[in-house]
Design a protein around this ligand. Sequence first.
Ligand code: IPM
Ligand code: MN
Length: 334
Amino acid sequence: ALPVIEAAARTEGLTLDTERLPYSADHYLRTGETLPDEAFEHLRDDVDGILLGALGDPRVPGNEHARDILLGLRFRLDLYINFRPTRLFHPKLSPLRADRRADGGSTAIDFVIFRENTEGQYLGKGRSESIGTPDEVHVSEEVNTRKGVARIIEAAFAWAAAHGKTRVTMSDKSNAIQFQRIWGRLFQEIGDRYPDIQREHRYVDALALELVREPERFQVIVTTNLYGDILSDLGAGLIGGLGIAASANLHPGRPGLFEPVHGSAPPLVGKGVANPMATVLTGALMLEQLGCAAGAMKLERAVERVVASGPLTPDLGGQGSTAEVARALLDALD
Ligand code: IPM
Ligand code: MN
């Protein structure tokens, strides 16, 4: 993916000065180190963007390295927006009924998930008691702060307003979880400042159903860390799968962390068939953040073209290799 991203940037006059860091499962198994402090400080102080490949390895069943690196960077850099665009690049990638696979116009699947990224159930707060006894209990706390909830809702409205969107959907489960009611309150409060944008609320279970039934009607979804995690995989499923789903961890005005929604896909290791498109589209989000919107658009257009023409990797129904798809993307950059 990286040569494709670099080439798109270069055609727009931006040369990426890239540096590869070794932090991975291999590195962790070899050294016991996940993300050392000096590496964190380097990422915090010296770079304009972080492109993360993918994490997860069966040799680290507890996923410690992924938690420290990915969640660690999200929390410690306070990247409170997990921005997950969900766009159908071609009707053939949708698993929905053929008559619903609309292509283009107002009926296309094209929504963005604003996933809260610094609190919720992801903080690891809680306790375990009486492990191994019949009274064993595990309590996982979900944190919803006024500051945390307000800033992600604000980000969703601001983005919607800046991109000509007309509706924001907020999703929670406040009918069962009373501590989530702050989401509804702040959604109204902040939404009042955006009179041109319609607001709607969906409980997350109902939203999951509606996203399958009528995904075309959604524009911007704002939700908790955990629900955003789940809904963004659902969203990826609507547009071709994890091989094509991009994401960005952002804090406006600061360098972002850009990572495809997918993990490392251990069954594909060494086969040369992983789809580079998710990372290429993630690179587009990075270029946009770096002020190179034209380069970002080029990457998206290239993906759109190659999705239509092939070659495609097996996850998208093709027989192409990673290298063949990357080459096709390079050739499709105009
Ligand atoms: C994601 C992933 C991560 C998450 C995992 C790897 C901790 O599923 O980025 O969506 O849950 O946030
Ligand atoms: Mn996920």
